[in-house]
Write a protein that binds this ligand. Structure first.
Ligand SMILES: NC(=O)C1=CN([C@@H]2O[C@H](COP(=O)(O)OP(=O)(O)OC[C@H]3O[C@@H](n4cnc5c(N)ncnc54)[C@H](O)[C@@H]3O)[C@@H](O)[C@H]2O)C=CC1
Ligand SMILES: O=C(CO)COP(=O)(O)O
Length: 332
């Protein structure tokens, strides 16, 4: 496999479901993997059961070595960081003392940092000045990657050669990675699709029907495109795997935690309970996305409705009525 020799050992930071899936993908692509969990019980569970607690269906081969010792990442050739967006900064600050200069760091997070309005590669660059960053995003449920089902994602970096080398090194027959030099476009798609998945879930939970879902997804995608272009994403990227592709997946399936969260809201659950203890990144992204959209005069009525519902400012039925009452206008 081209590039494998340059990236003999891959470190994966964050032992949740996606971290486990990407550790599997990396080892299937021929790499040794150091799988770092902050919590020693998770490391002990992986060593004992050969399964990650958040992806228990899939056995982890011995080529994936779990560790809670950050220093053991120091001689990795590249790192994949798969922690929730709001925790990415603290994970990077923990890593700071251990990292060799110039090591590529690939974020797998899909969101925007609430406190600062930063996308994942910007968070890493602000916590680890000088880092060589990349973003991996696209339609891919952890369990599908884990099962070895065909999956295609995008890996983007400002350095095109880095994106290409990492994409080649981490791809395997069922896990196809396209490369891109538009990290901003890729991370905007990943963040915004989660907000749209919540909206789609709400529509289905309310019983509005499949026609309503399709309308919401198409109009929501128009919001994603406007927002994406205002923040420097390329139109082609937003139409690709990490934008449109992930909207299609996440808005269609209750397997998406964001969709499931919206579904629960639509069925009358309160925002504080609707996630059922699972990560719904879009709930953290919606308010900051709306704030950032407003600051650049970008209209995002669907994202605004999601943010208002989550904040408890309006109920789901009221939000739908407000969307339906918007003036008739040209489609764009
Ligand atoms: N699960 C999936 O199918 C997919 C997830 N993603 C993205 O991957 C990111 C991670 O999500 P999941 O793995 O699904 O979440 P998860 O809830 O399964 O796991 C999150 C993991 O991150 C760890 N963690 C949290 N803060 C940390 C820190 N400061 N340092 C080290 N570890 C920390 C937690 O202990 C937990 O093991 C999210 O941004 C999500 O949107 C992207 C594509 C697919
Ligand atoms: O990003 C994902 C699929 O591409 C996973 O979606 P959820 O985080 O909504 O489960």
């Amino acid at each position: 496999m081209s590039g494998t020799a340059d990236y003999a050992t891959i470190g994966v930071v964050g032992a949740g479901s996606y971290g486990a899936a990407l550790a599997l993908a990396a080892t299937r692509a021929g790499h040794a993997v150091r799988f770092w969990a902050r919590d020693p019980e998770t490391v002990a569970a992986i060593a004992r059961d050969r399964r990650a607690p958040r992806l228990p269906e899939i056995e982890l081969p011995e080529t994936i070595v779990a560790t809670a010792v950050l220093a053991e990442l120091a001689d990795c050739d590249a790192l994949i960081v798969a922690v929730p967006t709001q925790n990415l900064r603290s994970a990077c600050l923990d890593l700071a003392a251990q990292l060799p200069a110039g090591i590529p760091i690939v974020s797998a997070a899909k969101g925007i940092e609430q406190a600062r309005g930063l996308f994942p590669t910007q968070i890493i660059e602000s916590a680890l000045p000088g880092a060589r960053t990349a973003i991996l995003s696209g339609p891919s449920f952890a369990i599908d990657i884990g099962r070895g089902l065909p999956t295609a994602v995008t890996l983007a970096a400002r350095e095109p050669q880095l994106a290409q080398a990492l994409a080649e090194a981490l791809s395997s027959p069922a896990f196809r990675i396209y490369h891109s030099d538009d990290p901003r476009g890729v991370e905007i798609g990943g963040a915004a699709k989660n907000v749209l998945a919540i909206a789609a879930g709400i529509a289905i939970g309310l019983g509005l029907g499949e026609s309503a879902r399709a309308a919401l997804v198409a109009r929501g995608f128009a919001e994603l495109r406007r927002f994406g272009e205002a923040y420097g994403g390329e139109a082609e990227t937003l139409m690709g795997l990490s934008g449109l592709g992930d909207v299609v997946l996440s808005c269609a399936s209750p397997q998406s935690r964001n969709f499931a969260y919206g579904l629960a809201l639509g069925q009358g659950r309160k925002p504080a309970e609707a996630a059922g203890g699972k990560l719904a990144e879009g709930a953290f992204t919606a308010p900051i996305l709306v704030e950032m959209a407003r600051s650049r005069q970008v209209e995002t009525p669907i994202a605004e409705a999601v943010a208002d519902i989550i904040a408890g400012h309006i109920g789901v039925a009221e939000a739908v009525a407000a969307l339906l009452a918007r003036p008739i206008r040209a489609e764009r």
